[in-house]
Ligand binder design. Structure first.
Ligand SMILES: Cc1cc2nc3c(=O)[nH]c(=O)nc-3n(C[C@H](O)[C@H](O)[C@H](O)COP(=O)(O)OP(=O)(O)OC[C@H]3O[C@@H](n4cnc5c(N)ncnc54)[C@H](O)[C@@H]3O)c2cc1C
Ligand code: SF4
Ligand code: SF4
Ligand code: SF4
Length: 370
């Protein structure tokens, strides 16, 4: 039987990923296209997959296809390299930490621990900068490079001021294609914060030795059950369904469900993921990593008390940073963590399984087999 020896490329991504509605918009293919200088492919419309801009310059090298989190070509390699064990990936310990810096704690989404660890890396010259995501409004963020504590405060958390930008944005989304920023900044030692789909594509790029992966020294991963996107119609539906105005949201967080605090109110409104199914990006249903299994350290709010961050060091690098950040007074551990670990573990496994089940269902519905 003759086998197709052709290297799959962007045309195959269009057919196998975009046309099936499962492009996660991670930005990997655009950022790491080997002809990126010629702008072969790019995002043209918000919340739609990237498209050919200059198709005739495409080298058909296949890098975009190989690093896409939806083709999973390199998944087995990564699983071996990062010692993947079901369902939470490789870890030795699970912690609940809080930032010791008052400003980072106050502005942090949960315990401000991601920012505290970035501050440790910056102040010890272990990185020149970090690609983070600046908040513009409750459903709107943009990538930025953080080089100082002030930058980290600007990017941390999910508190919002009344922002005129919010009302001007046609599409509202909690997703931020941060790794696209890799093309804009030239750094030697970089940390990147990302969702599991983003960390996957960067790890693939490192696996393949594609530039500028050698400059990405630390990968800090966020837990992610899903991202939410809505155009004008959905926004109005959301506001009616949950009896609120998006512009009035002061704080938005995602843990076990979506937590919303409106300006001038002390009440936290909880909206379950099942009530949000209409607003979740369809590609997120075709994603099975909840705890960011290939990151150096993973972070989330789930299973920790208010103002603490669940933290899972995974690689040796990640474990060493966490130890140093504790020893040097950047973060502190939750009191009585030992007594709480079993319950934390239970919750993390439960949500990882929910996501795996949702993924299996979506694969069944799609009939996808790469
Ligand atoms: C889209 C999204 C979905 C999430 N889903 C869950 C969930 O289902 N369950 C759960 O327990 N936790 C989830 N988290 C993680 C949680 O909201 C916190 O980010 C995490 O607990 C770290 O809190 P912290 O206070 O330590 O971080 P902080 O100190 O506040 O720092 C957070 C860092 O994340 C960066 N960031 C924020 N948004 C984005 C983005 N869209 N893309 C890339 N970087 C970003 C910020 O720039 C900042 O540097 C999600 C986060 C995001 C961004
Ligand atoms: S040049 Fe290579 S990476 Fe870029 S679009 Fe073509 S096949 Fe993909
Ligand atoms: S999931 Fe990411 S890498 Fe795959 S096609 Fe979409 S943007 Fe490109
Ligand atoms: S669920 Fe999160 S990690 Fe998965 S595709 Fe959506 S945004 Fe990416």
């Amino acid at each position: 039987m003759s086998q197709d020896k052709r290297i799959k490329n962007f045309k195959d991504l269009i057919k196998e990923v975009h046309d099936k509605g499962i492009c996660q918009l991670c930005g990997g293919c655009v950022s790491f296209c080997s002809s990126a200088d010629y702008r072969i492919i790019d995002f043209i419309k918000p919340d739609l997959p990237p498209q050919f801009v200059n198709e005739k310059e495409c080298l058909e090298c296949g890098i975009c296809y190989h690093i896409c989190p939806q083709t999973k070509v390199l998944e087995n390699n990564l699983n071996n390299q990062y010692n993947y064990i079901k369902p939470l990936g490789n870890y030795k310990e699970i912690y609940s930490f809080q930032a010791l810096d008052k400003d980072l704690l106050k502005n942090g989404t949960d315990g401000g621990v991601v920012s505290a660890i970035l501050l440790y890396l910056l102040e010890h010259n272990l990185i020149d900068g970090a690609i983070v995501s600046k908040r513009l409004g409750p459903f709107s963020r943009d990538s930025m490079i953080a080089k100082s504590k002030n930058d980290l405060i600007l990017a941390a958390g999910s508190h919002f001021d009344i922002s005129s930008q919010v009302t001007e944005i046609a599409n509202f989304s909690t997703y931020s294609p941060t790794i696209m920023a890799l093309n804009r900044y030239k750094f030697k030692k970089l940390a990147v914060i990302g969702t599991p789909c983003q960390i996957y594509t960067i790890r693939c790029m490192q696996e393949m030795g594609v530039t500028p992966s050698q400059n990405i020294k630390y990968l800090l991963g966020l837990f992610c059950y899903g991202n939410f996107t809505m155009g004008k119609d959905k926004k109005e539906k959301f506001e009616t369904q949950f009896n609120l105005k998006i512009e009035e949201i002061e704080k938005l967080n995602i843990k076990e469900d979506m937590l919303i605090k409106l300006k001038g109110s002390e009440i936290i409104q909880h909206i379950s993921f099942s009530e949000l199914s209409d607003y979740i990006r369809s590609a997120c249903n075709a994603c099975n990593d909840f705890t960011n299994i290939y990151a150096d350290i993973s972070f989330g709010g789930l299973s920790s008390p208010e103002k603490y961050t669940t933290t899972i060091p995974r690689t040796k690098l990640g474990t060493n940073i966490v130890k140093s950040a504790i020893n040097e007074g950047y973060i502190k551990v939750l009191e009585d963590l030992e007594g709480k670990r079993d319950k934390m573990l239970e919750k993390l496994i439960q949500f990882s399984k929910y996501k795996e089940d949702r993924y299996n269902l979506s694969q069944k519905n799609l009939g996808v087999k790469f």
